[in-house]
Design a protein. Structure first.
Length: 185
């Protein structure tokens, strides 16, 4: 039941809820080690992570905000500042990336699913360590290769914001599983 309770307590903790405490390198490594144990068809292990912090994080925030300003058709100062604030409030940011199997031995959706499962593992370990996290996938991820080097066949699937937090997080009560199951005998 401990595992089920951990799963039930996993939440998206937004950067606005983060405090100013740093995240220990050992905790980051535990989170990424958990990610590495995700299931993967044909052992392609497509997940790739780019850890961003300290001064590089400041440059990342500027890049995102300026790229938003450059690409948006309806500029908003609020949105621009929101991008900067998310980055600033985060202790660590991890780019969630996928390295496509060059042989394409499995369908791309399976590679994306494997990366998603690795992120769920990250989220669960983050929850266990009382570290808040949030996976964002704005259109800006399509420009990440302009900021940081990607290998051929690698692409960004999202931004994983992380930070410690003080507030109690509301519990979530999903709709009944019974409404989502069909039994056949």
């Amino acid at each position: 039941m401990e595992l089920l309770n951990l799963i039930k307590s996993r939440r998206s903790i937004m950067p606005a809820q983060f405090n100013n405490l740093s995240i220990d390198d050992n905790d980051i490594n535990l989170i990424l080690e958990a990610a590495n144990w995700a299931p993967t068809h044909k052992k392609t292990e497509p997940w790739r992570f780019k850890v961003i912090r300290d001064e590089f994080k400041v440059k990342f925030g500027s890049f995102l905000a300026e790229k938003y300003k450059e690409k948006t058709l309806k500029f908003s100062d609020y949105k621009y500042n929101s991008i900067l604030n998310k980055v600033e409030k985060s202790a660590v940011i991890i780019l969630i990336c996928m390295q496509r199997d060059p042989l394409e031995s499995v369908p791309e959706w399976e590679e994306i699913a494997a990366v998603s499962m690795s992120v769920q593992n990250m989220w669960l370990m983050s929850t266990k360590l009382n570290i808040g996290s949030y996976w964002s996938s704005p259109k800006l991820i399509n420009y990440m290769d302009e900021f940081i080097e990607f290998k051929e066949g690698e692409r960004c699937l999202g931004i994983y914001y992380m930070g410690h937090y003080d507030k109690n997080i509301n519990s979530r009560i999903p709709s009944s599983i019974d409404d989502k199951i069909s039994w056949y005998s």
